[in-house]
Design a protein around this ligand. Sequence first.
Ligand code: HPA
Length: 285
Amino acid sequence: MSYEQAAAAAEFIREKCSAAPKTAIVLGSGLGRFADSVSNAVRIPYEEIPGFARSTVEGHAGQLVLGKIDGHDVVVQQGRFHYYEGYDMQQVMLPVRAFGLMGVRNLVLTNAAGSLNSDMTPGSLMIISDHLNCIGVNPLRGPNDGRFGARFPDMTEVYDREFQQIAHEEAEAIARERYAQGRDATLTDLVHRGVYCALSGPTYETPSEVRMYRQLGADAVGMSTVPEAIAARHMGMRTLGISCITNLAAGMTEGEIDHSEVMDTGARVAEVFGELLRRFVGRIS
Ligand code: HPA
């Protein structure tokens, strides 16, 4: 994908709405409902946007939603492109690059992930502190267009430290409020911080792989986010990553892992997750 293609997508999106959002939010599996809370919404199906691929996965609607969250302009990607769907990395990175060229400076990447840590239980959230790219390719492989960024981008702080802190504070505040209201039984389990390991998928991991990734320093495993985070870092955008822990990884419990479990847990945390996104957008806007 050339710079011109990303610019064409950015131009198309910009023409569809009058606002110029500074914040983009990418919604992961089972988390798409958040887009329904955008007010003054302009919805653009991916098939209308030049260069955009289609979402093929259940739980990914396949449209951009531009509008407001509590009065703040946002662009929300309801459904993302995954490497396992057969898209090349250029297609996976295109939305983030288009957002960057539209003037978006802040990116919130969300995903569903399996936990490698038995203290981090399904229904909790993990603020991503760093990642392991175990997809097997680097999305920036190939000719570098300097208009996106440097040939050898620094990856010391892919996930903005201040954003992590803000998200953590807000998640803890939500947990305290819900506990005080008697809506959650405990205070301890809502929010964690940890390392997200991206794998190509589409298979879930074997129990031996789960042990290996844990030994490598991962706290959660998933099949997305890292290519987009790298594209954003390349362009100098500030990124927050949030994993919705939907299951314990393979071999950590008796049962098997199933996409419907991932979707069901996403639906269960939708309220807390949406509240966290709202407060985070409010804090950074
Ligand atoms: N592994 C990989 N990706 C996932 C998982 C998992 O256990 N759960 C949700 N996405």
